[in-house]
Design a protein around this ligand. Structure first.
Ligand code: PMV
Length: 317
């Protein structure tokens, strides 16, 4: 066999720029790859497959499946299988690293899945097509999320910026070309509820008061369309204003909690061109359009003891 003894892979995190929640109700959304993500390195090991993710304090060794097999074991086994490696007998050691925080709506599990699949396939001496990477990553995402919407691992595989619509035939993704990558600062707080809870909370409100929430959801769709145009034009001030409006809508839907509000306020007071929560809400990540120098935002978050990083979104592979 021509197995090289080392394989590497990387994948970006994701942010939803416009349209989370309203996309569940038929409106368009815009999502993009974050400038930071995860990297994986696979090297020849000894004994059963090993996986270590130091940043998340995770280290596992794949034993035979059965009792004690948790989601990470199953996800690792699914990735090995998806690239044609035997999950019980392949002597491989994988290390995953990167700055992407887990469980705050930045697509960490999808970035993990794509980076892992890329590293394992290159370790196995195979170059997978984009479609095969995406399909293999979906198998891993299913272990973590049951029925994922497909958005996270699609962004993690393709990079760039995508228009996202839910149709009766399934999710539809269309690449958008940005005038330039958008400079952002991202901060986050712990999630206080799952995506499923946030989605059902909005669904219950919309079903109870369709006359009140219908117009809000439609306005969110208009903002996503305007957002796409502003992204294509590279108009940062307009993107910031649209972030502020979209955040107001998300607040109206009841998915912005006190932590989200605090982080948005810190960003705006420090000079952000606009800020909103990103993802399902009930805590989790907040994204701000950064001014030319993001330092005041980073300092403001640091002074408030909130984690933050500066990066760009929308860069392709
Ligand atoms: O799970 P998150 O935080 O990436 O957010 C999901 C986005 C929603 O619009 C709330 C749900 C969905 O499936 O589109």
């Amino acid at each position: 066999m021509t197995t090289p003894r080392r394989g590497t892979g990387a994948a970006p995190g994701k942010v939803i720029l416009f349209g989370e929640h309203s996309v569940v109700h038929g409106q368009p959304a815009i999502a993009a790859a974050l400038g930071i993500g995860l990297g994986a390195t696979a090297t020849a090991g000894e004994g059963p497959p090993q996986l270590s993710i130091p940043a998340w304090q995770q280290q596992i060794q794949l034993k035979a499946s059965g009792a004690g097999f948790d989601a990470l074991d199953r996800g690792f086994a699914a990735a090995l299988e998806a690239v044609g490696l035997d999950p019980t007998r392949t002597a491989v050691k994988v290390t995953v690293d990167g700055e992407l925080p887990p469980s705050v709506g930045l697509g960490s599990s999808a970035a993990f899945a794509v980076a892992l699949v890329r590293a394992l396939s290159s370790f196995a001496g195979e170059r997978l097509s984009t479609d095969r990477v995406r399909a293999a990553a979906e198998q891993v995402e299913r272990v973590f999320h049951g029925t994922p919407s497909g958005l996270d691992h699609t962004v993690a595989t393709l990079g760039g910026c995508l228009h996202y619509l839910r149709t009766s035939e399934g999710p539809q993704f269309t690449p958008i070309t940005l005038a330039r990558p958008i400079p952002v600062v991202v901060s986050w707080s712990p999630r206080r509820g799952s995506t499923r809870q946030a989605v059902s909370h909005v669904g219950a409100r919309a079903a109870r008061w369709p006359d009140l929430y219908g117009p809000v959801l439609e306005a969110m769709g208009r903002i996503a369309r305007e957002g796409q145009a502003a992204l294509e034009a590279g108009d940062l001030a307009r993107i910031g204003a649209l972030f502020d409006i979209n955040h107001g809508h998300l607040n109206a839907l009841g998915v912005s909690n006190a932590d989200n509000e605090r982080l948005v306020a810190i960003a705006r007071e420090a000079g952000a061109l606009g800020a909103k929560l990103t993802g399902a809400g009930l805590g989790g990540a907040v994204i701000a359009v950064a001014p030319e120098d993001p330092t005041p935002l980073l300092e403001a978050f640091e002074a408030a003891r909130c984690p933050a990083f500066a990066t760009t979104v929308g860069r392709g592979d």
